[in-house]
Design a protein around this ligand. Structure first.
Ligand SMILES: Cc1cc2nc3c(=O)[nH]c(=O)nc-3n(C[C@H](O)[C@H](O)[C@H](O)COP(=O)(O)OP(=O)(O)OC[C@H]3O[C@@H](n4cnc5c(N)ncnc54)[C@H](O)[C@@H]3O)c2cc1C
Length: 433
């Protein structure tokens, strides 16, 4: 069933009140998966998903769109087709949370009362935090795979690049898929090498506020080798703060080891792939559900049970949650199992039995035909693997996983709440011989 929003407003007056037993904010990777899992366990649950978007995106495919492997259409389905049967879709945007009254309010003026709330509206892209970026993006060499609108332009730039400065940046905030800023660079580097003389005429630069290529030492060491082999120049402690589109220049702050700004540098670009700053959606930041004293405003949940630290009938997962691990669809899948099981226990007035262990996975594409399936325990920065293979290795088979198996698993298993091996296995901590 779909309920369409009335005429929208940013400060709506209430024109309609409805009640649902469970309300899920956000029908993305996390929201659809957790709803499917809940309904599989109990078809009689009354669940409403609130999401304004007509479309559901497989965002891991945007990297492949930027690399010319996928068309953007390959990453999109109609939201209607992924909404689990038996749930109600309220096609509207949540603008206000009132957890003391168990109520949320939408832009269209619907007041939705709930018994239990699951919060997963994803991450907010803060384009405005880089001066000049909003105006510059999508033309004259400025692009980002962090939007379905611009990912095709990334490929246009890479495909037509004839030499010069190609910059790839990372912001000074948490981001979804920490590996994505470098995946696009390795594909670009391969593409430049495939055209006579282009790579010789090109400086490929990776600029990051961090001081290493990856949070897990084994993957960082491997990526150091990839960088060296590809002759990519890495600038650590560099944070993009401005795009001067009129002169095709990017301005960076330079940090010291304590994060203090010590200098500024300007680099000219012929193409620049920008990973924008990110944070929790504003309506979360402005609510009592946000983690106190956290500038990003994530939903404040227990990192094991995923239950809210103040409001016990509220759970959160996915990019918007405060979980201190890498924000990926892979982690959202594992979190969804924990939320579904713990919410059912909570409804049944039983102790919460499931714990999320920080598992995440970021398949780092290191070139066409090569990928490091970087699985790890984000809570302890420890390498783990779902396969009987050393994950700290570039592999062709993992490229095949990334380009064929994982999208299929997403659409046909994960979103449908079908369980698969990963839900059950105890991820082994990989030991070198
Ligand atoms: C370029 C790129 C590459 C990536 N690569 C990978 C990868 O290789 N592997 C991997 O696992 N992950 C990857 N990710 C990350 C992955 O896509 C996200 O971590 C995942 O989608 C998070 O799921 P989510 O449900 O929390 O958020 P989303 O999937 O973003 O869904 C959020 C939903 O909430 C809705 N919403 C937003 N605001 C509101 C509101 N106010 N009211 C109601 N609904 C709202 C949105 O319309 C959306 O449907 C990548 C992401 C990007 C951008």
């Amino acid at each position: 069933m779909v309920i369409h929003a009335p005429a929208s407003s940013t400060n709506p007056s209430i024109i309609n009140t409805v009640h649902h037993q469970i309300v899920v904010i956000g029908g993305g990777a996390a929201g659809i998966t957790v709803t499917s899992l809940l309904l599989k366990r109990n078809r009689s649950l009354d669940i409403a998903i609130v999401d304004p978007s007509d479309k559901h995106y497989y965002q891991p495919g945007w990297t492949l769109t930027g690399g010319g492997v996928f068309k953007i259409e390959d990453t999109v389905r109609n939201q209607q087709d992924v909404i689990p049967k038996g749930s109600t879709w309220i096609k509207d945007r949540v603008v206000k949370l009132d957890p003391d009254r168990n109520v949320i309010i939408t832009q269209g003026g619907i007041q939705i009362e709930y018994d239990y709330l699951i919060v997963c509206p994803g991450i907010q892209i803060d384009w405005h935090l880089i001066k000049g970026l909003k105006e510059a993006i999508g033309k004259n060499g400025v692009t980002s795979n962090y939007s379905s609108r611009y990912a095709p332009y990334t490929w246009e730039l890479i495909r037509n690049f004839s030499g010069g400065n190609a910059l790839f940046t990372v912001p000074n905030t948490p981001i979804k898929c920490g590996g994505a800023p470098q995946k696009v660079m390795y594909m670009a580097d391969d593409a430049f090498r495939s055209k006579s003389g282009v790579r010789q005429r090109t400086n490929v630069k990776f600029l990051t506020p961090g001081n290493r290529m990856f949070a897990v030492p084994e993957y960082a060491a491997l990526l150091d080798k990839v960088i060296k082999k590809r002759e990519i120049e890495v600038k650590f402690r560099h944070n993009l703060k401005e795009i001067k589109a009129e002169i095709k220049a990017a301005v960076f702050d330079i940090y010291d080891d304590n994060g203090n700004i010590i200098d500024e540098v300007i680099y000219n670009y012929d193409m620049i792939h920008v990973t924008p700053p990110q944070s929790a959606p504003d309506f979360i930041k402005q609510s009592f559900l946000a983690a106190p004293d956290n500038v990003y405003g994530w939903v404040d949940v227990d990192k094991y049970t995923l239950q809210h630290n103040q409001y016990s009938n509220v759970f959160s997962l996915g990019d918007a949650s405060s979980l201190p691990t890498s924000k990926t669809a892979a982690s959202a899948r594992n979190q969804a199992v924990v939320v579904a099981e713990n919410l059912l226990a909570f409804i049944g007035e039983k102790p919460l039995t499931h714990n999320y262990d920080g598992y995440t996975c970021c398949p780092v594409i290191t070139g066409y035909n090569r990928t490091i399936m970087a699985e790890f325990d984000g809570y302890n920065a420890k390498i783990v693997s779902s396969f009987p293979l050393n994950p700290a290795k570039e592999r062709w088979i993992m490229w095949k996983m990334k380009t064929t198996a994982l999208p299929w698993i997403y659409w046909h298993r994960m979103l449908k709440g079908e369980r698969f091996e990963g839900d059950y296995i105890k991820f082994m901590h990989w030991k070198k011989d």
